[in-house]
Design a protein around this ligand. Structure first.
Ligand code: UD1
Ligand code: CA
Length: 447
């Protein structure tokens, strides 16, 4: 069955106290909206429509950034969830599959849950995702009769008896697209909030002889974010979930609670992540690597057998081949390290290419920036860069070449050459003794 996602993201999110629309606040480095989109993506939808309203241009840019194929429609006035979904009608004209409605501010829905809903749709006309709420508060209540769903009653409109029901509406629904818009055209705003409720489609469907049912999920999946405090809680929960997933996939972590992951962090089996490692977005670590304590990685790729850290920083474009070593207080940005290359101590490598098995000595700096432009440093294979070498880019060091410690290299070094770019040493015999004697007597006179 083909599927269309409709993601509601028009709300302002007043309680966030922010100029940014709510769905663009980030959890694990990705806007909340992207979490909802990704959950829906596993259903391989043919269409994805985001309903934007408050700060629609920003929401649209973010949605397109996630996937340029996403359609964004405008709900200029927020007249309720039913009204919001209706805005997708034109975008889905002629579409014959199922529509699944998600909320942009509900980032935790699991793929498995959406799959269960899509499956239930095969036997029921309307499928609603419900959950047993520990504290049902202001959620809409699901009125059921066995497996059948009869009606959804909003808190504001519910009787005391209905408010005692603990089975609540998550907001996620699955309905055949044509049927959804047909049902929505019968929804009125004659209720306590004066809004067009999406939830009314259930009662209308039943009155027309259509079937409706509930798929249940854990309450944690339906957690919505309405305030900064809830955003922080959501971050904590997502980190826990992500760590758990990695442990289940065979990643070793001695102190998982100290490891911070991004929404898209990929780590291979048998890789070890030591305590206090932070992952920014877009990091892939292959199997059998080791990321040692207190390292920070973003936009980086680490291959099998590589060891990074402790205290290493990999910035965007860091590409480490197999069995490389990046040690303490080393920063790598937009640079590739060939197989077996080593950069072990106190070094900056930026806009560079380092060949296989080359060794970069302590305190080396690729001087890549002249205040206006960035320049590249290219180092061949099996080269040896002496400690404290300044590589003033653009510069190329040939295969098997060597630079003397303390050199400032401004010219290309041919393969196999030794480059010395430093003042020649001059030993003045006895001078130190004389100097010390002079200073000692000066200090004695002062007393
Ligand atoms: C809604 C449900 C309620 C459910 C709850 C779960 C309705 C009428 N009620 O209530 O049964 O228990 O969610 O969290 O559907 N939005 C728009 N345009 C609008 C209105 C809302 O895009 O005109 C978006 C919001 O930005 C938000 C989502 O839809 O992402 C839900 O809207 P919200 O006002 O929070 O609904 P609730 O009152 O919480
Ligand atoms: Ca809400």
């Amino acid at each position: 069955m083909s599927i269309a996602l409709i993601v509601l993201a028009a709300g302002k999110g007043t309680r966030m106290q922010s100029d940014l629309p709510k769905v663009l606040h980030k959890i694990a480095h990705a806007p909340m909206l992207w979490h909802a989109l990704r959950a829906g993506q596993t259903l391989e939808p043919d269409h994805c429509v985001v309903v934007a309203g408050h700060e629609a241009a920003l929401v649209e840019a973010s949605a397109k950034d996630y996937d340029p194929e996403i359609q964004v429609v405008l709900q200029s006035e927020q007249l309720g969830t039913g009204h919001a979904v209706s805005q997708a009608k034109e975008a889905l004209a002629g579409f014959e599959g199922d529509a699944i409605v998600l909320y942009g501010d509900t980032p935790f829905i699991r793929q498995e849950t959406l799959e269960a809903m899509a499956a239930a749709r095969e036997t029921h006309d309307v499928v609603v995702l419900g959950f047993e709420a520990a504290d049902p508060g202001r959620y809409g209540r699901l009125l059921t009769d066995g497996d059948a769903l009869q009606e959804i009653v909003e808190f504001k409109d519910a009787t005391e008896a209905q408010r005692a029901i603990t089975l609540c509406n998550s907001g996620v629904v699955a309905v055949k697209s044509e049927v959804l818009f047909d049902l929505l055209s019968a929804v009125s705003n004659d209720n306590a909030a004066g809004e067009y409720y999406l939830t009314d489609i259930v009662g209308i469907a039943r009155a027309r002889g259509l079937s409706a049912t509930v798929v249940r999920c854990d309450e944690s999946e339906t957690l919505g974010v309405n305030s900064r405090a809830e955003l922080a809680t959501a971050e904590t929960l997502l980190q826990q979930r992500k760590r758990q997933d990695l442990l289940e996939d065979g990643v070793a972590m001695q102190a998982p609670e100290t490891v911070y992951l991004a929404w898209d962090t990929v780590i291979g089996r048998d890789t070890e992540i030591e305590p206090n490692v932070v992952f920014g977005p877009d990091v892939t670590v292959e199997s059998g690597a080791r990321i040692r304590a207190f390292s920070h990685l973003e936009g980086a790729h680490v291959s099998r057998g590589a060891v990074v850290g402790p205290y290493a920083r990999l910035r965007p474009g860091a590409e480490l081949a197999e069995d490389t070593r990046v040690g303490n207080f080393v920063e790598i940005k937009n640079a590739t390290l060939g197989e077996g290359a080593k950069v072990n101590h106190l070094t900056y490598i930026g806009d560079a290419e380092i060949g296989e098995r080359s060794n970069i000595g302590a305190g080396t700096v690729t001087c890549n920036y002249d205040g206006f432009f960035k320049h590249r440093t290219v180092i061949g294979s099996d080269a040896f860069i002496g400690s404290d070498t300044m590589l003033v880019a653009p510069v190329t060091i040939g295969d098997g070449a060597m630079t003397g410690s303390g050199s400032t290299i401004t010219k290309d070094v041919p393969a196999g050459a030794l480059a010395l770019g430093r003042a020649r040493q001059d030993n003045k015999l006895g001078f130190a003794t004389k100097l010390f004697d002079m200073l000692r007597s000066k200090k004695a006179q002062k007393k």
